[in-house]
Ligand binder design. Structure first.
Ligand code: NAP
Length: 483
């Protein structure tokens, strides 16, 4: 039997034990996990910075975000209402047939496979949002480490394992697995795997999605893939704030050497303002020094993508950038006429790095056409005055159809971790637009509804017992109550 098969057997055993645990036990385990990771911060921060080439300040911030997100899930589990307990009482006198007692809640799926991301060595990796939301739901995790930060991953994995031991959870609750594509494929093919979470390239995410749909028993894949996060600029907005808007765009585009899934790689600008705006953006971007990218592969892919785009006669380069060494990412900016952009979907593809395309449109009709042509995105941003958007017909609704998060007058980089956040959009941004990989709602990916019909109270899960021993918010006979 392969090591992965043994890990799955352990995970399945752990799953059956986790199902029996009190919510406070899981919440306490998550608290302990945060404590254990925080305890190694002095070694973890320099290790993650060295392996990812990200500055220590950024890693320190990311560690804070990671710990905060673990504690968010701990609090969510301790509060308990996330299971959506719903009760319809029986009516034995109903005619023509008696009405049964039906009670439904969300239950953990089972062992989950998680693929870490290269661009967030902490917050989207070993103890990142995918792992933690799966554990919070009560699902054991088989974590496929990202090869770009192996030592960081091992250190965090040890902290999680310590927390498992200290909290008295079964050993199979968490597995840290290293390997390449074959390992990943073996993980998602295993019959005991019940779901997959992934953050990375379209190619990787789509390959995993296809593999899981081709299984004898298909399983859900929550893959967060590419997004170009367009900003729709309308005339009224730029009129009063040309320089501030240019500075905001340049800063968001180049933040973290453009290596964010929310990087605004597309901006739609009216022709009447495009020259002034482009000049102001270029002035800002010229001041941005090149900086190391996450790894040589990502850097090489970035310049290859720019090289491919350079072959196109349709693009006019406002700021071109050359590969100076194996790691440095330099900013680049190009512009294109809306009619040319509309004619070729290649201009919608994510270029992972500090590169943007400015699409110059003629009028409102063309702006509508751009919104219609756009593929699914994590985010769309609108830079407009309230009144001009109100008078733009169905533009707002059209844009809303294309994204998971719709921003007004901001920039898409910077994803708040909270209860209301949505980080996931229509395909190809993700493989399931109904889900988020950031924020507490992410837990819903790893649970499924189960209804119990005419089940004696003693056999029901605590969340559904008549007396509400967990004191959680429930929907009883159509009314929200907490008693
Ligand atoms: P990736 O190549 O998609 O890899 C992510 C993880 O998935 C790695 O552990 C990788 O394993 C595994 N994997 C990839 N293809 C697989 C397959 N066919 N079967 C099984 N496992 C597979 O992402 P990356 O290495 O982080 O970066 C590469 C590119 O991804 C970037 O240039 C960028 O375009 C994109 N990216 C996008 C985002 C985003 O948030 N949208 C974030 C990061 C990266 P191995 O590495 O072991 O092969």
């Amino acid at each position: 039997m392969s090591q992965i098969a043994i890990n799955f057997q352990d995970a399945q055993k752990a799953f059956l034990i986790l199902k029996t645990l009190d919510k406070d036990k899981i919440a306490g385990f998550l608290e302990e996990m945060a404590k254990q990771i925080d305890a190694i911060r002095d070694d973890l921060i320099p290790t993650a910075a060295r392996e990812s080439h990200l500055p220590e300040g950024r890693i320190t911030g990311e560690l804070g975000r990671t710990l905060g997100q673990i504690r968010l899930f701990s609090a969510l589990v301790a509060e308990g209402s996330w299971v959506e307990a719903t009760i319809d009482h029986p009516d034995p006198d109903r005619k023509p047939a008696p009405k049964p007692d039906i009670r439904r809640m969300l239950k953990a799926l089972g062992p989950v496979v998680v693929f870490g991301a290269s661009n967030f060595p902490l917050a989207f990796s070993t103890a990142g949002g995918d792992t933690v939301s799966a554990l919070a739901a009560g699902c054991p995790v088989l974590y496929k480490a990202h090869p770009a930060h192996p030592e960081t991953s091992r250190m965090v994995a040890e902290s999680i394992k310590n927390a498992v031991r200290i909290s008295g959870l079964p050993k199979g609750t968490f597995h840290h697995i290293e390997g390449g594509i074959d390992t990943g494929q073996e993980l998602v093919a295993h019959p005991l795997a019940k779901a997959v979470a992934f953050t990375g390239s379209y190619r990787g995410g789509k390959a995993l999605f296809d593999a899981c749909n081709a299984r004898e028993n298909p399983i859900p894949v929550f893959a967060e893939m590419g997004s170009v996060n367009p900003i729709f600029v309308m005339e009224g907005y730029l009129a009063d704030r040309m320089d501030a808007a240019a500075a905001a765009y340049a800063s968001s585009l180049s933040l973290g050497v453009g290596q964010f899934c929310t990087n605004p790689g597309l901006i739609f600008v009216p022709r009447s303002q495009e020259e002034t705006f482009a000049a102001a953006v270029v002035d800002q971007l010229k001041e941005v020094a090149g900086a190391p990218m996450l790894h040589e592969g990502i850097c090489h892919t970035y310049y290859q993508a720019l090289e491919t785009l350079t072959q196109s006669k349709k693009l006019k380069w406002l700021l071109h950038s050359e590969e100076t060494d194996v790691l440095t990412g330099n900013v680049a900016l190009a512009k294109i006429k809306a009619s040319d952009w509309l004619a070729d979907e290649a201009f919608q593809e994510e270029v992972f790095g500090p590169f943007g395309i400015m699409v110059v449109y003629e009028d409102r009709d063309q702006l509508h056409a751009l919104a219609e042509k756009l593929k699914g995105q994590l985010t769309c941003t609108i830079w407009a005055e309230e009144e001009e958007l109100q008078s733009s017909g169905d533009l707002l609704h059209l844009i809303e159809e294309k994204c998971g998060r719709l921003l007004f007058k901001g920039v898409p980089t910077g994803v708040e971790v909270g209860h209301a956040m949505q980080h996931g959009g229509p395909f190809p941004a993700t493989t399931d637009s109904r889900s988020t990989s950031v924020g507490s709602y992410a837990i819903k990916r790893f649970a499924r509804p189960v209804a119990y019909q005419d089940m004696p109270d003693s056999l029901l899960p605590e969340a559904l017992k008549e007396g509400n021993p967990m004191a959680i918010l429930r929907k009883v006979d159509g009314v929200w109550v907490n008693y």
